[in-house]
Write a new protein. Structure first.
Lengths: 212, 279
């Protein structure tokens, strides 16, 4: 969704076109100040990059239900919103996700625990899965993301869980135990919800793409 | 345990080279005593040399034919993610997890090329004549360098997810890449112009090479869209379920192991015809 607001870049372009910091007649100083301030208030830090890994498989089915009936493991609901770095929501962003099953195996033959999602009109997305398992060669539980939207730089990243035993309750300090984690921002808090018989985890993971 | 694995790594490499040169089952094997655990191993295609990066922060260069240690180079950084050696064994590429890349001259032990990359290296390969280096930082475009001049020549267009493997053709005129977006791409090695693209794979291809006649690309990965093209006769890989991280090429075949795929790697070896692009 393209913003009609005047951005800092627009403002600077207009100023540059005049060869000075004189604001063009159609733009009041107050509007210019608002544009500058509003931009800063909504700006979002781009989501940290993480490597794509060797298990990406294209053409995943469009579904938000990755958990199959009877699957072992802790159910997890992941939800979030996709923005650009100016803070505008990116409706229609394509979100590909893939993960290991609860015992740490990727489905290479089919598309279990693989999906493609499309962000809705508010940039929101969500899916139901199970907590991915640990496996040799990787330290932490994780879910892979490949997010793309027209006019934006495609993002490969991975979602990690603050409850992962590897972090020993302190992901801020211990996230580097997995050498592939580039930023502690990728380690998200996990909330346990539901009654004791049907408990599941809930995680919020916001995605911010850089403009091209 | 790890030391056993290291020895296995070296022996496996020796076996592969020996088998490629003399296709007899009882190839000669040698043991290379290492004073520290190995982190990364690379084998030259023609010179019977092995470059072994050890956990003690040293790069050791071996002559495999004589099982002789040729040189020990103290690395300037640790945590090496990727090692490659040129075909004639002179140039050795090391790249660490912080993105520090060095090309070492194994004859002098000096650094020939040094640079800092935003991401750690995913793969690297020298041209067959050792003049050029193609390197792909994880998630970034392939960068090609003139090793002798120590300068970057060009970089290819960005590919989402980056590149998993690179190889030069025998006459150094082409580069092939196995890319994370599941495509195999062939470039003009001199200009970086994209010449061909194959999208048969559904999963990321993990290794590539040209056939010895240069008329085909071999791409290896875990799945291929239409299945049937296993081409088993064109490929050979080393046995064992606990394979090391090494891409092993001989003059006509290659074996690929990349953990954590070790136990399930290389389900398909796809032969991709590109005759129209072959000079």
């Amino acid at each position: 969704m393209k913003s009609e607001r005047l951005t800092r870049r627009d403002l600077l372009f207009k100023c540059a076109a005049l060869g000075s910091l004189t604001v063009i007649p159609s733009l009041s100083l107050s509007e210019a100040a608002w544009a500058w301030q509003h931009h800063d208030q909504n700006a979002r830090k781009p989501t940290a990059w993480d490597e794509i890994g060797p298990f990406y498989k294209r053409d995943a089915p469009q579904t938000s239900q990755l958990q199959r009936r009877g699957d072992p493991g802790l159910p997890v609901r992941v939800a979030g919103q996709v923005f650009d770095s100016r803070g505008d929501v990116l409706s229609g962003a394509k979100i590909e996700i893939w993960q290991a099953d609860p015992v740490g195996r990727y489905d290479l033959e089919g598309y279990d625990y693989r999906a493609m999602l499309v962000a809705d009109g508010e940039g929101k997305y969500g899916f139901d899965s199970v907590m991915p398992g640990h496996y040799p060669g990787r330290v932490c539980q994780h879910i892979h993301y490949l997010v793309s939207a027209p006019g934006h730089k495609p993002l490969t990243t991975q979602l990690y869980f603050a409850t992962d035993p590897v972090f020993e309750g302190d992901p801020q300090r211990n996230y580097t135990r997995d050498p592939l984690i580039q930023s502690s921002d990728l380690v998200r808090p996990v909330t346990l919800v539901g009654d004791p018989k049907e408990i599941h985890a809930s995680v919020n993971f916001e995605i911010v793409l850089e403009r091209l | 345990m790890l030391q056993c694995r290291v020895v296995w790594v070296v022996l496996a490499g020796v076996l592969a080279i020996a088998a490629a040169q003399t296709p007899q089952p009882n190839a000669e094997t040698i043991r290379l005593p290492l004073p520290a655990q190995a982190a990364s191993v690379a084998l030259s295609a023609r010179a019977n040399r092995a470059a072994v990066v050890c956990r003690d922060g040293k790069l050791r260069v071996w002559d495999l034919a004589e099982a002789r240690l040729l040189r020990v180079i103290a690395l300037t950084s640790g945590n090496i993610d990727y090692t490659a050696i040129s075909s004639e064994g002179r140039w050795i590429f090391t790249g660490d997890h912080s993105g520090n890349v060095v090309v070492w001259d194994s004859e002098t032990g000096q650094a020939q090329l040094q640079l800092r990359s935003p991401h750690y290296p995913s793969t690297a390969a020298f041209s067959r004549d050792g003049k050029w280096l193609a390197m792909a930082p994880m998630g970034d475009p392939v960068q090609v360098f003139d090793v002798h001049a120590g300068r970057k020549l060009y970089e290819t267009k960005a590919i989402t997810g980056g590149t998993a493997a690179i190889a030069f053709s025998r006459d150094n005129s082409l580069i092939v890449t196995a890319d994370a977006d599941t495509a195999v791409r062939v470039y003009d090695a001199r200009t970086g112009k994209l010449l061909a693209e194959n999208r048969d794979f559904l999963l990321e291809p993990l290794a590539v090479d040209f056939t010895s006649d240069g008329k085909q690309v071999i791409a290896a990965g875990d799945a291929k869209k239409d299945g049937a093209d296993t081409a088993g006769t064109a490929a050979r890989w080393l046995p064992g379920s606990d394979a090391p991280q090494v891409v092993q090429r001989s003059m006509s075949v290659m074996a690929i192991f990349r953990p954590p795929l070790a136990r399930r790697a290389v389900k398909f070896i796809a032969l991709i015809d590109l005759p129209e692009y072959w000079p």
